[in-house]
Each structure stands twice: as C-alpha cells, then as structure tokens.
Design a protein around this ligand. Sequence first.
Ligand code: MN
Length: 515
Amino acid sequence: MSDDRRIRIFDTTLRDGEQAPGCSMNIAEKLNLARQIARLGVDVIEAGFAIASEGDFESVKAVAAEISDVTVASLARTSVEDIDRAGQALAGAKRPRIHTFIATSDIHLQHKLRMGREQVFEEVDRAVRRARQFTDDVEFSAEDATRSDWDYLVQVFTRALEAGATTLNVPDTVGYTTPVEYHELIRYLRAHIPGSERAVFSLHCHNDLGLAVANSLAAIQAGARQVECTVNGIGERAGNTAMEEVVMALKTRPDVFDGLDTRVRTTEIYPTSRLLSQVIGVPVQPNKAIVGDNAFAHEAGIHQHGVLQAAITYEIMTPQSIGRPSNELVLGKHSGRHAFRERLRELGFDLEAEEFQRAFRRFKDLADRKKVVYNEDLEAIVGESLLDQDGRFRLGHLVIQSGTFAVPGATVELFCDGESRKATARGSGPVDAVFKALAELTEAKCELLNYHVKAITGGMDAQGEVTVTLAESGRRVMGHGAHTDIIVASAKAYVQALNRLEWQRGRSEDEPRGI
Ligand code: MN
C-alpha cells in the first residue's frame, strides 16, 4: 500500500443504505445527497447496483456524470451482463470503480448460488478480468466472508488479486462477527494472501448485533484501509457501519488508532446527516452517537456558564467539530434573501439557483404564518424544495370541515401530470377524509400503515411535521410533510408517499440484493 496511513471512506448510503425499507430514493434525491457526500470528502461513493433496475442504472450514470472529485462505484454480480451494465453506467465517470461480488460461505454456495467452490473461482476470475476492461479500479467482495472458511477465502481473494482486483473487501454481510474474530480474520488474510500488500483491504459491516462500528474499528487496527459505511448508519436490517461514528472515533482517539485518519471534513457531518434524514423522511434516534439530538448533553438547555464548566468535564468532542450550528438566532418575516442564504449555508445547504428560489418562496410563505422561523423549520423547507420536483402528483387547494357538529369531510385538488382534479370525501376525521379523497383521485390501492405527527419546534405557532407510511403489494414507502396546519401537512405527506409509490412501481419486486 502506497499510503498506509490514510483510511478511505467508501460511502454506500446510495446503495446499501437505499436497500433499507422506506429508504429508497429517486434519481434527483440521490444526486442531491451525492453532492453533499462528495462535499463531506469521502473517497468513494457507491451510487447503485446498475443492473438491479432502470432507476439504479440511471442514478449511477447521473452521479458518475456530475461527481468528478470522488471515485464513483457501481455494484455488480459476477455475470458478464452485470459487469457490462456497471461499466456502461460508469462510462461518464472520471474515476469509475466496478465493485463485483460473489458469496463464498458454504451456506450461500449451497442454498443460494448452488455452485461448488471450484466454480466460484472461475466466476471471480472472469468477473474481475472483465471489469478491468472498463477500469483499472476494481473491487472484489466475498459475500458472507465472515461465515466462510478462512483458507477458502485466502484462495478466492488470491484469484481476485491475480485477476486484477485492487481492493479486497471482507463483508460481514449478516452482522455475525465480533471485534476480536474480525480483527484476526483480516490479519489472517493479509498474512496468507500472496501479494496482499498490493491490495487495499476493505471492511463492510452490518449492525445486527450492534457491533458494526466496533467490528469496523477492529478491522482498521488489523490493517484494513477502506471502511464501507453509510450516513446515519442506514442500511439493510439493522443497518451498516455509521460513517460519522468511525470518522469521529479515529479523530477523537488518535492515540489508540495510531494517528490513522480520513479526509472527511468533519464539519460537514451534521449537515449531511440532516439532509439524508430530510430526503428519506426517516428521523435519527435522539440518542444516536454523534448526530442524535441528545448526543451533546450540554445542548439540552443548560446555560452558558454551565456549558463552559461541563465542556471540560464531559465533552470528548465539540458540537462545532461536526458542524452542529451553535447559533440559535432565528429568522422572521423581515429576513431577506441574503440572511436566508447565509443561514442555509451555515446549516450546510448549498442550493442550486432554482431550488433556492423555491425554498425562499416557501420561507416567505412560512414567515407570514409564523412569527419566528427556526433552523428546524428551514431544514423542513429545504427538504421540501429538494424533493418531488419531478413527482407525478402535486397538491393543489384543500378545504376541510370538522368539529363537534359537522360530519368530517374534505375537498381536495390534486394535480396529476399537471392536470387539476378534484374530489370530495367524508371520513372519521378530517385527515381520514383528506386521505380518502387523495386515494380516490389517484386510484391508489395502498394501505396506510403508519401515521405520525409531531411539532418541529416549540411554540403555539410551530409547524406540524407529519410522516405517513403506505404499503402496496409488498412495497413500503414513507412520505413527509410540514405545515403550520397539520391537515395540510398530512396531505403533503400523503402526496409525497404516493409519488414515491409511483417511483417504486417502476422497480421489479425481485430486484437482486447486494452484499
Ligand atoms: Mn451490506
């Protein structure tokens, strides 16, 4: 390895993260996130699994075309079609990487692949050589490595290396390993694969036992130099290694990690976490390390004097170091374009001209209805301005009646492909009536699984934030809406979920899953 001291961050938020239920993103959403993740300073962005769906292919292509200072990767199985599809999607990339994988555990060989060990060698050899025809940067992953025979793994990785792979990834696909075991496995592989010093060893952990970050750090200490991870730790089942936790562990304990470091700009961590949360509509748990609401105890309303004392006693890192805005200043109806833009910058949002205009209009509209506009309100505004620009449905006017005497009812206008449609419905309450009218207008056959409303900030004029989860034939989507009127917020959330369902319908139910 040429640069032995640097830990490479391989961000798979857009691929493994997106595989999590309710976390799927469309192309515009992926592009917005990719821009921010690139700004964060990761080394590799895995933008998708090109052959998995048309949407994945287009997403990889779009990210590859726009993001030039970061390596862009596509996942691929070992078949010729998979490799070629990845190669095509990455054709416009400045730094393309093909990431190919095949399972190596006997469990997967018998029950999934129905292949013998010898056949897997051939697959690996052919896939890596084919990938090298598209790019010099080829990563090979041995799926379910942590439940594979170690000596067989040595042989598989040796074949991959000989065929031209430059990164060797050792995934704990099912979240099964423990720190000491994983550490020993990485050391074993490095010691026994001939020419292992030519490869970058990579780790990929899942959090089924809550050990993803601990396992990742153990692998780093054993010589792994690439961390596969996601923002907020999203991903299949219990999720992947959380990027922010690994990065801050290395930063905070250089004594333990021997000064190994990443090139991540840590002040972009918090804005990236918030952006992801806005885009997918999945909140971060309050006690989540680094980015959760309660992660920095002194932010919980203790005053300045106490903070200064507590900082020394309890603070192992500062909120500023991860870009949490300390400034509680608020905006109001007299705040202009300049102040609005400045505040968005502080929050980490750098909007394109058109998105900015949209966000500014929403801000003015909100400031007319609400005395003070907090950072949380701004995040909701930006979230909405980034989303659903190309959705099929858009909410028009909405009138409801409810109360102790009236029968709850709603008349809703919805634009479908730009064309106005109206429907009136009754319900057990105004929200129910609105949802019934929307379902009628869109002929949606979906079921409402979950409805959740909360106030974004304190105060009588706070915006309500509504999250709905809809299900239709096995697909699950979430929608998110914010407004000072919770009925309007509910309608917005429902419409967003319907738009996502439209997008999901374009995807096949038996899409292949990655490592
Ligand atoms: Mn995975």
